[in-house]
Ligand binder design. Structure first.
Ligand code: AMP
Length: 421
C-alpha cells in the first residue's frame, strides 16, 4: 500500500476546522492592516532560492527539493515564501504602485528536514511582506501584526525575541570580529560550526551544541558594531514597540536561518513545552530585491508555520468553531420515495439548505445510523405513504421527537431550525 511520503501528511476532515480557523484569522488580520493576498507557484527557478537564501544555509545546502523538468530547467519546490513574493513584485512592476506594497500569502513550503513533531518536509506558511519602504514603523507594524495574530488565535504563551544584524555597510566589520573571536577556539567547535566559520559566520551564534556555547556567549555583540543609521533604526523600533506595550526581549544572538536579512530580525517563540519552539520569524531584507535584479528596495516581513500554530492551539486546548455541516439527512423507503427524496434534496439545496441524501438501498435503520454518525440535527424520512400524501416525517435527532410535515413546509421549518416539540 502507498503511504504519504515521510514528512508529509493528509489533513483529514476532522482537522480542517483548525485550518479554516487559522486561515480565516490570518485573512482577517491582513485585511485589518491593509495587506493583500498573493499566490505564487509551488515551484520556481531553483536559483531564486539559491541566490537569495544563499549557500552556507541549511535550507539551500541540504533541504531544497530541486529537480530538472523535461526541458532541463532546474526548478525547486517553494522552500520559503519571501523570495517568490519579491520575484512577483519585480515581475509585475508592483514597484510602480505607491509604496509600500503590502502582500500576504498562505501556502505550502518544502524542506528536506528530519521529520519530528512540528517539523515536516511539507509544511504550510502564512507570511506577509511590506515592500518598498525603510520606515522603522513598518518593522513595528510587522511585529505588532505577529503579536496580534497569535493573540487573536487565542495563543498567549509566546515571547518575541528581537535583534538587529546591521546592514551591508556595518555587518562586514562585525563578521570580521566574529571570525576573529571564533578562530581562536576553532578546534573546539562542532563540525557544523567549523563550516559556518568559513561559509556563514553569523550562523555561528545560532548553534545549540554544548561545545560551542562558551564561544558563542563571549562573542562580540552585533549591536556594538551597528552604524549610526542602523543604530537609530533599531532604537526607533524598540521605542515604538515599548510605546505600544508590545513585549519583546532583546536577543543579541538571534540571527535568522536565511541569509537575506538586514537590520531588524525577530522570532516568536512558543513557551509551551514539547513543541518546536519557533512559531514564526521575520525581519528586514533591504537588499533582497536588488539581488534579484531590481532597484534598491527596502522591505520587511514575517512568516509563521500553520502546523506549529495548530499544535499549540491543541496543547492549549483552545476552543475552535466547528465547520458548518448539513442540517438534515434525507432517508427514504422504496423506489417512489427515492425519487421524491432526490427532488426534495435538489429543492432544499437550491434555497441554500445543506442536506445529505441517503443512497443505495440500506434499511431505514441503517440510514438513520448514518444520519447519527453524521450528527445532522434532523432526519427527513419519506416512505410510500408520505409520497402519496406529499409529506415527510421530520425527526429531531437531538431530542428524538418527530412529526409529519408537508413537503412544502420542510424548507421554512429547517430554516427556523428549532427543536421539535
Ligand atoms: P522560516 O522560513 O524558516 O523562518 O520559517 C518560518 C516558520 O515556519 C517557522 O517559524 C516555523 O513555524 C515554520 N516552519 C519552518 N520549517 C518548518 C518545518 N520543516 N515544519 C514545520 N514548520 C516549519
Amino acid at each position: 500500500m502507498y503511504k504519504a511520503v515521510r514528512g508529509t501528511s493528509d489533513i483529514l476532515p476532522q482537522e480542517q476546522a483548525y485550518w479554516k480557523y487559522v486561515e480565516e484569522k490570518a485573512a482577517c488580520l491582513c485585511q485589518l492592516y491593509g495587506y493583500q493576498p498573493l499566490t505564487t507557484p509551488i515551484f520556481e527557478d531553483s536559483q531564486l532560492f539559491a541566490r537569495t537564501v544563499a549557500g552556507g544555509t541549511d535550507l539551500v545546502d541540504k533541504e531544497m527539493y530541486t529537480f530538472e523538468d523535461r526541458s532541463g530547467q532546474k526548478l525547486a519546490l517553494r522552500a520559503e515564501g519571501t523570495a517568490p513574493v519579491c520575484r512577483a513584485y519585480l515581475e509585475h512592476g508592483l514597484f510602480n504602485l505607491p509604496q509600500p506594497v503590502k502582500l500576504y500569502y498562505i501556502g505550502p513550503a518544502f524542506r528536506y528536514e528530519r521529520p519530528q513533531a512540528g517539523r515536516y518536509r511539507q509544511h504550510h506558511q502564512f507570511g506577509y511582506e511590506a515592500l518598498g519602504d525603510a520606515d522603522p514603523a513598518l518593522d513595528v507594524e510587522v511585529i505588532e501584526m505577529a503579536q496580534q495574530f497569535l493573540l487573536s488565535l487565542g495563543l498567549s504563551e509566546f515571547s518575541i525575541q528581537l535583534n538587529s544584524i546591521g546592514c551591508r555597510f556595518c555587518q562586514p566589520k562585525y563578521i570580521e570580529a566574529l571570525k576573529q573571536h571564533y578562530s581562536n577556539d576553532a578546534t573546539y567547535l562542532c563540525p557544523d560550526c567549523k563550516v559556518r566559520l568559513l561559509r556563514n559566520p553569523l550562523r555561528l551564534l545560532d548553534c545549540k551544541k554544548a561545545s560551542c556555547q562558551s564561544v558563542a556567549e563571549t562573542a562580540p555583540k552585533i549591536t556594538d558594531y551597528l552604524c549610526p543609521e542602523c543604530q537609530a533604526h533599531f532604537q526607533n523600533v524598540q521605542q515604538n514597540l515599548e510605546m505600544l506595550n508590545i513585549p519583546f526581549q532583546l536577543n543579541y544572538r538571534l540571527v535568522r536561518g536565511l541569509d537575506y536579512y538586514t537590520r531588524t530580525v525577530f522570532e516568536v517563540e512558543s513557551q509551551e513545552e514539547g513543541t518546536q519552539s519557533a512559531l514564526g520569524g521575520g525581519g528586514r531584507y533591504d537588499d533582497l530585491i536588488a539581488q534579484l535584479g531590481g532597484k534598491h528596495t527596502p522591505a520587511v516581513g514575517f512568516a509563521t508555520g500553520i502546523e506549529r500554530l495548530i499544535l499549540n492551539l491543541k496543547r492549549q486546548k483552545t476552543k475552535i468553531p466547528a465547520l458548518p455541516k448539513p442540517i438534515a439527512f434525507i432517508a427514504y423507503l422504496g423506489e417512489e420515495a427515492r425519487i421524491e427524496a432526490m427532488k426534495l434534496a435538489f429543492r432544499l439545496r437550491q434555497v441554500g439548505i445543506a442536506v445529505i441524501k441517503a443512497t443505495g438501498d440500506k434499511s431505514l435503520k441503517g440510514q438513520l445510523r448514518q444520519a447519527n454518525s453524521l450528527s445532522t440535527n434532523y432526519a427527513i424520512i419519506i416512505g410510500e405513504e408520505e409520497v402519496r400524501n406529499q409529506t415527510a416525517v421530520l425527526r429531531d435527532m437531538i431530542n428524538n421527537k418527530q412529526r409529519a410535515i408537508p413537503l412544502t413546509e420542510i424548507a421554512p421549518s429547517l430554516k427556523q431550525s428549532k427543536p421539535l416539540e
